[in-house]
Design a protein around this ligand. Structure first.
Ligand code: GYE
Length: 362
Protein backbone atom coordinates (compact mmCIF):
# COMPACT_ATOMS: atom_id res chain seq x y z
CA UNK A 1 0.00 0.00 0.00
CA UNK A 2 2.72 2.40 1.07
CA UNK A 3 4.62 1.46 -2.04
CA UNK A 4 1.54 2.27 -4.15
CA UNK A 5 1.03 5.70 -2.52
CA UNK A 6 4.71 6.53 -2.94
CA UNK A 7 4.51 5.54 -6.59
CA UNK A 8 1.65 8.01 -7.16
CA UNK A 9 2.95 10.76 -4.86
CA UNK A 10 6.51 11.11 -6.13
CA UNK A 11 5.64 12.10 -9.73
CA UNK A 12 2.86 14.31 -8.40
CA UNK A 13 5.18 16.10 -6.00
CA UNK A 14 7.75 16.40 -8.77
CA UNK A 15 5.20 18.08 -11.07
CA UNK A 16 4.15 20.49 -8.31
CA UNK A 17 7.80 21.44 -7.72
CA UNK A 18 8.31 21.91 -11.48
CA UNK A 19 5.23 24.13 -11.83
CA UNK A 20 6.33 26.14 -8.79
CA UNK A 21 9.90 26.64 -10.02
CA UNK A 22 8.61 27.49 -13.50
CA UNK A 23 6.19 30.03 -12.14
CA UNK A 24 8.85 31.50 -9.91
CA UNK A 25 11.37 31.85 -12.75
CA UNK A 26 8.79 33.52 -14.97
CA UNK A 27 8.01 36.17 -12.39
CA UNK A 28 9.76 39.18 -10.97
CA UNK A 29 9.08 40.81 -7.66
CA UNK A 30 8.19 44.49 -7.59
CA UNK A 31 7.36 46.19 -4.30
CA UNK A 32 6.11 42.97 -2.69
CA UNK A 33 3.87 42.08 -5.67
CA UNK A 34 4.77 39.34 -8.07
CA UNK A 35 4.11 40.26 -11.72
CA UNK A 36 4.80 38.35 -14.95
CA UNK A 37 8.24 39.12 -16.39
CA UNK A 38 8.03 41.56 -19.32
CA UNK A 39 9.73 41.24 -22.66
CA UNK A 40 13.09 42.96 -22.48
CA UNK A 41 12.78 46.68 -23.27
CA UNK A 42 14.57 48.36 -26.15
CA UNK A 43 16.88 50.96 -24.64
CA UNK A 44 17.04 54.25 -26.57
CA UNK A 45 19.19 57.26 -25.72
CA UNK A 46 17.64 60.43 -27.15
CA UNK A 47 19.72 63.60 -27.29
CA UNK A 48 17.23 66.44 -27.78
CA UNK A 49 18.83 69.78 -28.66
CA UNK A 50 16.83 71.98 -26.31
CA UNK A 51 13.45 73.48 -25.45
CA UNK A 52 13.50 76.73 -27.42
CA UNK A 53 10.08 76.66 -29.12
CA UNK A 54 6.55 75.23 -29.24
CA UNK A 55 7.74 73.05 -32.11
CA UNK A 56 10.43 71.59 -29.86
CA UNK A 57 7.99 70.92 -26.99
CA UNK A 58 5.65 69.01 -29.34
CA UNK A 59 8.58 67.11 -30.74
CA UNK A 60 9.83 66.07 -27.28
CA UNK A 61 6.34 65.02 -26.25
CA UNK A 62 5.88 62.98 -29.42
CA UNK A 63 9.19 61.17 -28.88
CA UNK A 64 8.47 60.42 -25.22
CA UNK A 65 5.01 59.12 -26.02
CA UNK A 66 6.16 56.83 -28.84
CA UNK A 67 9.26 55.51 -27.11
CA UNK A 68 7.35 54.84 -23.89
CA UNK A 69 7.55 51.94 -21.52
CA UNK A 70 4.09 50.75 -22.56
CA UNK A 71 5.37 50.53 -26.14
CA UNK A 72 8.32 48.39 -24.99
CA UNK A 73 11.00 51.08 -24.69
CA UNK A 74 13.24 52.34 -21.97
CA UNK A 75 14.04 55.93 -22.98
CA UNK A 76 16.99 57.90 -21.66
CA UNK A 77 16.22 61.55 -22.46
CA UNK A 78 18.91 64.24 -22.41
CA UNK A 79 18.25 67.94 -23.10
CA UNK A 80 21.29 69.54 -24.75
CA UNK A 81 20.20 73.10 -23.84
CA UNK A 82 21.23 74.41 -27.27
CA UNK A 83 24.86 73.33 -26.80
CA UNK A 84 26.52 70.85 -29.10
CA UNK A 85 29.08 70.02 -26.37
CA UNK A 86 26.22 68.82 -24.12
CA UNK A 87 24.85 66.68 -26.93
CA UNK A 88 28.27 65.11 -27.55
CA UNK A 89 28.59 64.32 -23.82
CA UNK A 90 25.11 62.74 -23.88
CA UNK A 91 26.02 60.53 -26.85
CA UNK A 92 29.22 59.39 -25.12
CA UNK A 93 27.18 58.54 -22.04
CA UNK A 94 24.71 56.53 -24.16
CA UNK A 95 27.65 54.60 -25.64
CA UNK A 96 28.95 53.79 -22.15
CA UNK A 97 25.50 52.68 -21.09
CA UNK A 98 25.44 50.36 -24.12
CA UNK A 99 22.01 51.53 -25.29
CA UNK A 100 20.41 49.68 -28.21
CA UNK A 101 19.81 52.84 -30.30
CA UNK A 102 20.88 56.46 -30.22
CA UNK A 103 18.50 59.12 -31.51
CA UNK A 104 19.99 62.54 -32.15
CA UNK A 105 18.20 65.85 -32.87
CA UNK A 106 21.32 67.92 -33.64
CA UNK A 107 21.47 71.61 -32.78
CA UNK A 108 23.72 72.45 -35.74
CA UNK A 109 24.84 70.48 -38.79
CA UNK A 110 28.62 70.27 -38.46
CA UNK A 111 30.99 68.81 -35.85
CA UNK A 112 29.51 65.34 -35.40
CA UNK A 113 32.06 63.13 -37.21
CA UNK A 114 34.14 62.07 -34.19
CA UNK A 115 31.34 61.19 -31.81
CA UNK A 116 29.30 59.42 -34.49
CA UNK A 117 32.40 57.38 -35.37
CA UNK A 118 32.58 56.39 -31.68
CA UNK A 119 28.95 55.24 -31.78
CA UNK A 120 29.63 53.32 -34.97
CA UNK A 121 32.70 51.63 -33.43
CA UNK A 122 30.48 50.59 -30.51
CA UNK A 123 28.01 49.08 -33.00
CA UNK A 124 25.12 51.31 -31.94
CA UNK A 125 22.78 52.48 -34.73
CA UNK A 126 22.21 56.25 -34.78
CA UNK A 127 18.92 57.72 -36.04
CA UNK A 128 18.99 61.45 -36.79
CA UNK A 129 15.71 63.39 -36.42
CA UNK A 130 14.62 66.89 -37.43
CA UNK A 131 17.79 68.81 -38.43
CA UNK A 132 20.53 67.12 -40.41
CA UNK A 133 24.16 66.33 -39.70
CA UNK A 134 26.82 67.29 -42.21
CA UNK A 135 29.40 64.46 -41.97
CA UNK A 136 32.20 63.23 -44.24
CA UNK A 137 30.84 59.69 -44.33
CA UNK A 138 27.06 59.18 -44.36
CA UNK A 139 27.55 55.64 -43.04
CA UNK A 140 28.17 57.28 -39.66
CA UNK A 141 24.42 57.33 -39.14
CA UNK A 142 21.74 54.81 -40.02
CA UNK A 143 19.06 57.15 -41.31
CA UNK A 144 17.41 60.56 -40.96
CA UNK A 145 13.78 61.69 -40.73
CA UNK A 146 12.66 65.32 -40.86
CA UNK A 147 11.49 68.20 -43.03
CA UNK A 148 12.75 69.78 -46.22
CA UNK A 149 13.51 73.19 -44.75
CA UNK A 150 14.54 74.79 -48.01
CA UNK A 151 11.30 73.62 -49.61
CA UNK A 152 9.37 75.18 -46.71
CA UNK A 153 11.21 78.44 -47.37
CA UNK A 154 10.58 78.24 -51.10
CA UNK A 155 6.85 77.82 -50.50
CA UNK A 156 6.75 80.96 -48.34
CA UNK A 157 8.75 83.12 -50.76
CA UNK A 158 6.69 81.91 -53.73
CA UNK A 159 3.55 82.73 -51.77
CA UNK A 160 4.94 86.23 -51.11
CA UNK A 161 5.90 86.68 -54.75
CA UNK A 162 2.40 85.68 -55.93
CA UNK A 163 0.77 87.92 -53.33
CA UNK A 164 2.73 91.08 -54.13
CA UNK A 165 2.43 90.45 -57.88
CA UNK A 166 -1.36 90.08 -57.65
CA UNK A 167 -1.55 93.21 -55.47
CA UNK A 168 0.67 95.16 -57.90
CA UNK A 169 3.33 96.00 -55.34
CA UNK A 170 6.63 96.52 -57.21
CA UNK A 171 9.58 94.35 -56.15
CA UNK A 172 11.67 97.38 -55.17
CA UNK A 173 8.99 98.32 -52.62
CA UNK A 174 9.30 95.02 -50.73
CA UNK A 175 11.52 95.85 -47.74
CA UNK A 176 12.28 92.67 -45.82
CA UNK A 177 14.02 91.79 -42.58
CA UNK A 178 14.87 88.19 -41.83
CA UNK A 179 14.80 87.06 -38.20
CA UNK A 180 16.81 83.89 -38.53
CA UNK A 181 16.94 80.77 -36.40
CA UNK A 182 20.10 79.49 -34.71
CA UNK A 183 22.90 79.96 -37.17
CA UNK A 184 24.13 76.64 -38.54
CA UNK A 185 20.90 74.71 -37.85
CA UNK A 186 19.42 73.03 -40.93
CA UNK A 187 16.11 74.81 -40.37
CA UNK A 188 17.94 78.15 -40.45
CA UNK A 189 20.19 77.27 -43.38
CA UNK A 190 17.36 76.05 -45.63
CA UNK A 191 14.91 78.83 -44.80
CA UNK A 192 17.54 81.58 -45.08
CA UNK A 193 18.75 80.20 -48.41
CA UNK A 194 15.24 80.16 -49.88
CA UNK A 195 14.78 83.83 -49.00
CA UNK A 196 18.23 84.88 -50.25
CA UNK A 197 17.58 83.13 -53.59
CA UNK A 198 14.20 84.82 -53.98
CA UNK A 199 15.64 88.25 -53.13
CA UNK A 200 18.18 87.70 -55.88
CA UNK A 201 15.60 86.38 -58.33
CA UNK A 202 12.81 88.92 -57.76
CA UNK A 203 14.87 91.99 -56.81
CA UNK A 204 13.32 92.54 -53.36
CA UNK A 205 15.07 94.78 -50.85
CA UNK A 206 16.54 92.64 -48.03
CA UNK A 207 17.39 95.16 -45.32
CA UNK A 208 18.85 92.85 -42.68
CA UNK A 209 19.33 89.26 -41.52
CA UNK A 210 19.65 88.85 -37.75
CA UNK A 211 19.58 85.65 -35.65
CA UNK A 212 16.57 85.38 -33.33
CA UNK A 213 17.55 81.91 -32.03
CA UNK A 214 14.04 80.54 -32.71
CA UNK A 215 12.79 82.19 -29.49
CA UNK A 216 10.07 84.74 -28.82
CA UNK A 217 12.15 86.83 -26.41
CA UNK A 218 15.17 87.16 -28.70
CA UNK A 219 12.99 87.95 -31.72
CA UNK A 220 11.16 90.69 -29.84
CA UNK A 221 14.47 92.27 -28.90
CA UNK A 222 15.85 91.94 -32.44
CA UNK A 223 12.68 93.34 -34.05
CA UNK A 224 12.66 96.23 -31.64
CA UNK A 225 16.22 97.08 -32.71
CA UNK A 226 15.41 96.73 -36.41
CA UNK A 227 12.40 99.06 -36.15
CA UNK A 228 14.71 101.62 -34.60
CA UNK A 229 17.10 101.42 -37.56
CA UNK A 230 14.73 101.03 -40.55
CA UNK A 231 11.48 102.94 -40.93
CA UNK A 232 10.40 101.20 -44.15
CA UNK A 233 10.20 97.52 -43.11
CA UNK A 234 7.05 95.99 -44.59
CA UNK A 235 7.79 92.25 -44.53
CA UNK A 236 9.21 90.27 -41.59
CA UNK A 237 10.37 86.77 -42.48
CA UNK A 238 10.50 84.87 -39.18
CA UNK A 239 12.16 81.47 -39.26
CA UNK A 240 9.63 80.09 -36.75
CA UNK A 241 6.32 81.01 -35.12
CA UNK A 242 7.81 81.87 -31.74
CA UNK A 243 9.93 84.49 -33.46
CA UNK A 244 6.76 85.74 -35.18
CA UNK A 245 5.09 86.17 -31.77
CA UNK A 246 8.07 88.21 -30.56
CA UNK A 247 8.21 90.30 -33.75
CA UNK A 248 4.47 91.06 -33.57
CA UNK A 249 4.85 92.17 -29.94
CA UNK A 250 7.65 94.56 -30.94
CA UNK A 251 5.75 95.92 -33.96
CA UNK A 252 2.62 96.61 -31.92
CA UNK A 253 4.63 98.08 -29.03
CA UNK A 254 6.16 100.50 -31.56
CA UNK A 255 2.63 101.62 -32.50
CA UNK A 256 2.71 100.00 -35.95
CA UNK A 257 0.14 97.69 -37.48
CA UNK A 258 0.67 94.06 -38.44
CA UNK A 259 -1.27 93.08 -41.56
CA UNK A 260 -1.45 92.40 -45.27
CA UNK A 261 -1.72 95.95 -46.67
CA UNK A 262 2.00 96.51 -47.12
CA UNK A 263 1.59 99.25 -49.70
CA UNK A 264 -0.12 101.37 -47.04
CA UNK A 265 2.07 101.07 -43.98
CA UNK A 266 1.14 97.65 -42.59
CA UNK A 267 3.88 95.15 -41.76
CA UNK A 268 3.42 91.62 -43.01
CA UNK A 269 4.74 88.71 -40.93
CA UNK A 270 5.38 85.27 -42.44
CA UNK A 271 6.73 82.26 -40.57
CA UNK A 272 7.20 78.51 -40.14
CA UNK A 273 5.83 75.64 -37.97
CA UNK A 274 2.06 76.05 -37.48
CA UNK A 275 2.25 73.89 -34.39
CA UNK A 276 0.32 75.75 -31.71
CA UNK A 277 -3.14 77.23 -31.57
CA UNK A 278 -1.94 80.80 -31.09
CA UNK A 279 -0.08 80.66 -34.39
CA UNK A 280 -3.15 79.29 -36.19
CA UNK A 281 -5.32 81.98 -34.63
CA UNK A 282 -2.86 84.62 -35.84
CA UNK A 283 -3.17 83.22 -39.36
CA UNK A 284 -6.98 83.39 -39.12
CA UNK A 285 -6.64 87.05 -38.10
CA UNK A 286 -4.07 87.79 -40.87
CA UNK A 287 -1.54 88.78 -38.22
CA UNK A 288 0.67 86.07 -39.64
CA UNK A 289 0.07 86.18 -43.39
CA UNK A 290 1.37 82.75 -44.22
CA UNK A 291 3.00 79.80 -42.42
CA UNK A 292 4.87 76.90 -43.98
CA UNK A 293 3.90 73.99 -41.76
CA UNK A 294 6.77 72.11 -40.12
CA UNK A 295 5.62 68.85 -38.60
CA UNK A 296 7.22 67.94 -35.24
CA UNK A 297 5.52 64.58 -34.63
CA UNK A 298 8.55 62.40 -35.26
CA UNK A 299 8.00 59.97 -32.36
CA UNK A 300 5.94 57.39 -34.28
CA UNK A 301 8.29 57.77 -37.27
CA UNK A 302 11.33 56.93 -35.15
CA UNK A 303 9.43 54.08 -33.53
CA UNK A 304 8.64 52.64 -36.98
CA UNK A 305 12.31 52.93 -37.97
CA UNK A 306 13.41 51.04 -34.84
CA UNK A 307 10.80 48.35 -35.48
CA UNK A 308 12.15 47.90 -39.01
CA UNK A 309 15.72 47.64 -37.72
CA UNK A 310 14.62 45.15 -35.05
CA UNK A 311 13.12 43.05 -37.86
CA UNK A 312 16.49 43.10 -39.62
CA UNK A 313 15.29 45.44 -42.38
CA UNK A 314 16.85 48.71 -43.55
CA UNK A 315 14.81 51.92 -43.40
CA UNK A 316 15.14 54.61 -46.11
CA UNK A 317 18.30 56.63 -45.55
CA UNK A 318 16.41 59.95 -45.79
CA UNK A 319 12.68 60.32 -45.11
CA UNK A 320 11.02 63.68 -45.75
CA UNK A 321 7.70 64.61 -44.16
CA UNK A 322 4.93 66.13 -46.33
CA UNK A 323 3.80 69.55 -45.15
CA UNK A 324 1.17 72.19 -45.88
CA UNK A 325 1.20 75.91 -46.60
CA UNK A 326 -1.25 77.79 -44.38
CA UNK A 327 -2.85 81.19 -44.97
CA UNK A 328 -6.14 82.90 -44.37
CA UNK A 329 -6.21 85.53 -47.11
CA UNK A 330 -7.44 83.87 -50.32
CA UNK A 331 -5.53 86.01 -52.84
CA UNK A 332 -3.04 83.21 -53.45
CA UNK A 333 -4.56 79.78 -53.90
CA UNK A 334 -1.48 77.79 -54.85
CA UNK A 335 2.25 78.12 -55.33
CA UNK A 336 4.58 76.33 -57.72
CA UNK A 337 7.99 75.25 -56.46
CA UNK A 338 10.42 73.41 -58.72
CA UNK A 339 7.55 72.48 -61.04
CA UNK A 340 5.36 71.09 -58.24
CA UNK A 341 2.00 72.66 -57.29
CA UNK A 342 1.22 73.20 -53.62
CA UNK A 343 -2.35 74.21 -52.74
CA UNK A 344 -2.72 76.77 -49.96
CA UNK A 345 -4.69 75.46 -46.96
CA UNK A 346 -6.98 78.29 -45.85
CA UNK A 347 -7.69 78.86 -42.18
CA UNK A 348 -10.81 81.01 -42.38
CA UNK A 349 -11.47 83.42 -39.56
CA UNK A 350 -15.02 82.07 -39.36
CA UNK A 351 -13.65 78.68 -38.29
CA UNK A 352 -13.41 77.84 -34.64
CA UNK A 353 -9.96 77.17 -33.29
CA UNK A 354 -10.63 73.42 -33.10
CA UNK A 355 -11.80 73.25 -36.70
CA UNK A 356 -8.68 75.11 -37.77
CA UNK A 357 -6.45 72.66 -35.87
CA UNK A 358 -8.27 69.72 -37.45
CA UNK A 359 -7.65 71.19 -40.85
CA UNK A 360 -3.90 71.25 -40.23
CA UNK A 361 -3.70 67.66 -39.05
CA UNK A 362 -5.95 66.33 -41.87
O1 GYE B 1 11.04 75.11 -36.95
C1 GYE B 1 11.75 75.68 -34.77
C2 GYE B 1 12.60 74.94 -33.80
O2 GYE B 1 14.48 72.34 -36.32
C3 GYE B 1 12.41 72.22 -37.43
O3 GYE B 1 13.55 74.30 -34.62
C4 GYE B 1 13.13 72.63 -36.23
C5 GYE B 1 12.98 74.10 -35.89
C6 GYE B 1 11.57 74.62 -35.77
O4 GYE B 1 13.05 75.63 -32.77
O5 GYE B 1 10.58 76.15 -34.17
Amino acid sequence: MLKKITAVMIPLLFSIVLVFVGTFLGCIKTGGKTVPEEKEKIVVGFSQLGAESDWRSSNTESMKEALSSKNGYSLIFEDGQQKQANQITAIRMFIQQEVDYIVLAPVTETGWDTVLQEAKNAGIPVIIVDRMVDVEDEDLFTCWVGSDFELEGKKVVEWLNRYVTLKNVPAKDIHIVNIQGNLGASAQLGRTKALADAVEKYGWDLLAEVPGDFTQAKAREVMDGLLGVYDNINVVYCENDNEAFGAIEAIEAAGKKVGMDIANGEIMVVSFDGVNQEALDYVSENKIACIAECNPLHGPRVQAIIELLEAGKMPDKFAYVQEKLLASDTTVTQVVVDGVNYEVTFLESTKTATEAAEKVTE
